[in-house]
Design a binder for this molecule. Structure first.
Ligand SMILES: [Fe+2]
Ligand SMILES: [Fe+2]
Length: 489
């Protein structure tokens, strides 16, 4: 998440690029270092400002129970009798939790970031909070009872969103959890509350989103089985996604990756529809995206996603390119929107890939960006990608490249030096750009191993277990296996 105060409010226009690196600007409402204060020993950071600056007083009052009980009171372990607690929304719609989702900014084994937005823009009178704890503390019936729950504070940053033909300030609230246990299930609720009363162990005026959950990654270098999902290109597809998202949310995955073109131009209204459609997935899986050519309002995109800020990357390209080690896999996300955009991160990328290739804990390097590298679809081969990126990938041992942009499914033969090669030497290029954007016709190039028309829609599951990576591509309805391949290292 890039952070800056509202340019709109300053009358400076709306689409100026931000050059502030994450953490260098914006308004910090509470000390993010205070993350992890426990229920029994709350720090001052756990107490939000009591004045609400003219906002209606929350009507929810005190929440009864011990430690943090948000929802029906009572012991855990009892037969499931109720439905999960509904979000306890603020009476002022502007303060309600909107579009909550998870990303990773740092080590996926020990951290996790939750971001949501509100139309409430007074940074001083809203304290973003996350109630979180190990999933074992959650009742079977979905009640959120955290006997050992913790409260993590966050920060807010204002950005200008397009709503109709107007620019309207919106705040993205970000809470980063730290010091988590690797390979562990957690539950959380995002929102805010007016006050924590440690003596009574009660929250005053909670305004919380619904229960979310996630699993931290295994420690770096661990070679435990890790499932992932890759998807891309959903512009205009929100209604279909909304129908299928509850099913997609059941697919085992540590995280989802999205290769861009979520919306047609990326107005806030479109994003709200997209997040709403994706919500069943986003409530359970972190999602790591890259920017496509349709994320035209890039401020809106970068403010809503809190992504890794890579040391060594020029400030203007921070979050445009990122990398994460998850278990024994090095994942890289890139902005491929132009030759200049690629060049902006090239120096960093060179050293990043070199480092990953030399890392004995890393078995696979997977790179994701939007524009096609080897595609027989209408977009074909992207010149600046082939010229600038492919030589680096070949030099530094990239195993798999995943693109979108063409709304088809296509997998290449292993390729080296622009020729078909063998799996031990060549790189496999996949175009998985059919998450319900308008379908494109597939084609056949010398490199094409498998291809499918976009009308089938598609997403890809990856399972990495030690030195074996199994990829399975499915039609959007999950009924047809479009492809399956294995990479071994
Ligand atoms: Fe595209
Ligand atoms: Fe697209």
């Amino acid at each position: 998440m890039k952070r800056w105060t509202s340019l709109f409010a300053l009358g400076l226009g709306t689409l100026a690029a931000c050059t502030a690196p994450p953490g260098s600007g914006g308004t910090t409402q509470v000390d993010p270092e205070a993350v992890g204060a426990t229920a029994d020993t709350p720090s001052s950071a756990d107490t939000a400002p009591s004045a609400d600056s003219g906002a209606p007083t929350p009507t929810s009052g005190l929440v009864s129970g011990f430690d943090f009980v948000v929802g029906p009171d009572g012991p855990c372990g009892a037969p499931a009798t109720g439905t999960p607690p509904a979000p306890k929304l603020h009476s002022d719609p502007k303060k309600q939790v909107r579009n909550p989702h998870m990303t990773w900014q740092r080590d996926p084994a020990t951290t996790l970031t939750v971001t949501w937005t509100t139309e409430w823009t007074d940074l001083a009178s809203y304290a973003p909070k996350l109630l979180y704890g190990p999933a074992q503390a959650m009742c079977d019936d979905g009640r959120f009872l955290l006997k050992s729950g913790k409260v993590a504070p966050g920060i807010g940053a204002t950005y200008d969103a397009t709503v109709g033909d107007k620019m309207v300030p919106v705040v993205a609230w970000t809470v980063e959890l730290k010091d988590l246990d690797p390979d562990t299930d957690y539950v959380f609720r995002s929102g805010t509350f007016v006050e924590l009363d440690p003596a009574k162990k009660k929250l005053t005026g909670p305004e919380l989103g619904k229960v979310g959950s996630f699993r931290t990654a295994p420690k770096k270098g661990d070679r435990k089985p890790m499932p992932f999902v890759f998807a891309g290109d959903s512009r205009g597809g929100a209604p279909t996604i909304a129908v299928r998202a509850p099913t997609y949310a059941q697919i085992p995955a540590l995280a989802w990756f999205f290769s861009g073109d979520m919306n047609t131009v990326g107005t806030q209204a479109e994003w709200n529809d997209w997040f709403k459609a994706m919500q069943p997935i986003l409530d359970r899986r972190p999602l790591m995206p890259v920017q496509g050519n349709h994320e035209l309002f890039s401020d809106v995109y970068y403010n809503q996603f809190a992504l890794p800020a890579m040391p060594g990357l020029p400030a203007e390209w921070v979050e445009h390119a990122w990398a994460l080690d998850i278990g024994n896999v090095h994942f890289v996300g890139l902005d491929s929107n132009s030759s200049d955009n690629v060049k902006g991160s090239l120096e960093w990328l060179t050293s990043d890939l070199k480092q990953a290739a030399a890392d004995k804990d890393i078995d696979f390097t997977i790179v994701q960006y939007h524009h096609t590298t080897y595609s027989a679809g209408p977009h074909g081969q992207t010149p600046w990608v082939k010229e600038l990126l492919v030589p680096l990938f070949e030099k530094h041992g990239v195993d798999l490249v995943i693109n979108g942009h063409d709304h088809i499914y296509e997998r290449s033969l292993p390729i080296l030096n622009d020729k078909a090669s063998t799996p031990d030497k060549g790189i496999t290029y996949v175009v998985a750009g059919g998450f319900y954007a308008p379908a494109y016709k597939n084609g056949q190039g010398w490199w094409t191993k498998v291809s499918h028309h976009g009308s089938k829609a598609n997403y890809m599951q990856l399972l990495v277990h030690a030195k074996v990576l199994t990829a399975t591509a499915w039609s959007g309805d999950g009924k047809e296996k479009l492809d399956e391949f294995v990479l071994m290292r």
